[in-house]
Design a protein around this ligand. Structure first.
Ligand SMILES: [Mn+2]
Length: 290
């Protein structure tokens, strides 16, 4: 049995509630850091690192860990690999409060992320990734990094998003977006007009933009018609091996969207998944916390 724990975002209560329900072997889906009120990055990271370094848990890299690695490191031009803009600082605030910017502690933790967290994990019958499982993108990364671990030499390229390799890395940890057809756009939660929409790549068989588009406050703004052709390369095969992931901040109720691919990240209704080797994901394995 493997207990799969999604995005903790530096929340010590969610961590202890997860451990209280976990079996002896744990897999974390990344995004350990960068929380809101009550966040304790140091406490959560110490617990997670203890389990992983002792061989009792594994974890994959989230976009927040990748961003942190870049934030605290500089390129050949002496500039930080991730811009230290107000927005990027705000996203990283609780980690920065705990460890500072480019301090020995910040460098030690982000070095541990790089060394310890692969971009994906796969075992017979189960795949784990932070945001997006894509066989072609993983093949691109595997050609250079067969085990899915990034190396220091990859970082400037990832920061610049200048190559197929770097774009593949970014998509696995952040998920895909697709351009809406024609002149269609929508207002996001902040009221900004957008034409690229986040896509629920795991909903194989979905036939409308409403079923597939994420983070669209007013779905009536979406185009009618079958988005199929736009998404053929993105949708996960409906008969593929089971894949579990986090990242998407889903709204309750807790559910398994598809029996081969399911998001576990429900910030308002934290959960974990107990995988017992089943080849179809089921709601009975989903456990609500708190
Ligand atoms: Mn994430």
């Amino acid at each position: 049995m493997l207990t799969v724990i999604p995005d903790l975002h530096a929340d010590p209560a969610r961590l202890s509630a997860s451990f209280a329900q976990a079996g002896p072997e744990i897999a974390f889906l990344g995004d350990f850091i960068d929380g809101g009120t009550g966040a304790d990055d140091a406490a959560v990271l110490r617990e997670v690192r203890g389990r992983i370094d002792a061989g009792r848990a594994i974890g994959v890299m989230g976009n927040h860990e990748l961003n942190a690695i870049l934030f605290h490191r500089r390129g050949a031009d002496g500039q930080p690999l991730r811009e230290r803009s107000q927005k990027n600082i705000a996203q990283h605030r609780s980690f920065l409060s705990a460890f500072g910017t480019e301090t020995p502690e910040a460098l030690d933790w982000t070095e541990w992320f790089l060394r310890t967290l692969p971009l994906w994990h796969e075992r017979p019958g189960l795949r784990l990734v932070h945001a997006f499982w894509s066989d072609p993108l993983i093949a691109t990364i595997r050609a250079r990094r067969p085990d899915g671990f990034l190396q220091h030499g990859d970082l400037p390229e990832i920061a610049a998003e200048s190559t197929e390799f770097s774009r593949a890395v970014k998509l696995l940890v952040s998920g895909p977006e697709v351009r809406l057809p024609g002149s269609h756009g929508f207002a996001d939660i902040k009221g900004n007009l957008r034409r690229d929409v986040r896509v629920a790549w795991w909903r194989a068989g979905a036939r409308s933009w409403k079923e597939l588009a994420l983070s669209v406050p007013d779905p009536s703004a979406l185009p009618a018609g079958d988005p199929g052709a736009n998404l053929a390369d993105i949708l996960y095969p409906g008969d593929g091996p089971c894949v579990l992931f986090g990242h998407y901040k889903m709204a309750p109720p807790l559910r398994i969207d598809h029996d081969r691919a399911a998001c576990l990240d429900y910030p308002a209704a934290p959960c974990l998944y107990r995988w017992d080797g089943e080849d179809r994901l089921g709601p009975e394995q989903l456990l609500a916390l708190l």
